[in-house]
Design a protein around this ligand. Sequence first.
Ligand SMILES: CC(C)(COP(=O)(O)OP(=O)(O)OC[C@H]1O[C@@H](n2cnc3c(N)ncnc32)[C@H](O)[C@@H]1OP(=O)(O)O)[C@@H](O)C(=O)NCCC(=O)NCCS
Length: 183
Amino acid sequence: MEFSVYNPGEIDEIRNLFTRTFTDSENEAEGTMVGNLAYEVMNTTDSNDLFVFVARDHSRHHGEQIAGCIIFSRLTFDSRIDAFLLSPVAVSTDYQGKGTGQALINFGLSTLKDNGTKLVFTYGDPNYYSHTGFGPVSETVIKAPLPLSHPEGWLGQSLVSKEIEPIDGKPRCVQAMNKPEIW
Ligand SMILES: CC(C)(COP(=O)(O)OP(=O)(O)OC[C@H]1O[C@@H](n2cnc3c(N)ncnc32)[C@H](O)[C@@H]1OP(=O)(O)O)[C@@H](O)C(=O)NCCC(=O)NCCS
């Protein structure tokens, strides 16, 4: 598996990856929703506010294929601390359970760190994301950008120190992520 930054020409293949993966794991409506969300984030977010990473499989006979993708978009705090939100995340169904997701997230986190990012957040399964350094974040320490339907899924980590220091005020997410129904 090879990890790298995406090429904007791959945006349709990436939308299909999210649609297929979430259709398999949830249902068709969820697949379409997440595929469209990934497409909108990639299409409408300023390149300074976006990192997209892919895992490519070169070993297959029918040429290379994108096996996984993760998207980070900026969270803006009044204090201007460099922070990103990891969402969405998908590893194609036939590639799951082999460490690809974890390795891709670790690749993304180290690239963000090299670019000066201090804090990274995500919203998802605490058991899964604890494998790559994320822990629960209380909203008394850092608020989420929108009201959470599952507060226990609000997760984060500092890339530069052991603990996340409290920050006053609510961060803003990018426009494509600013949808109450995904939180
Ligand atoms: C969740 C997902 C990204 C994981 O990718 P993956 O490549 O299969 O995961 P990895 O092989 O890197 O998993 C590493 C660890 O996480 C565990 N794990 C995998 N999927 C998990 C899940 N859905 N929930 C909890 N733990 C999970 C594995 O057991 C493994 O643990 P171990 O190292 O202790 O054995 C992938 O299964 C997926 O795309 N699922 C459908 C879409 C989805 O749920 N996306 C995440 C939304 S928050």
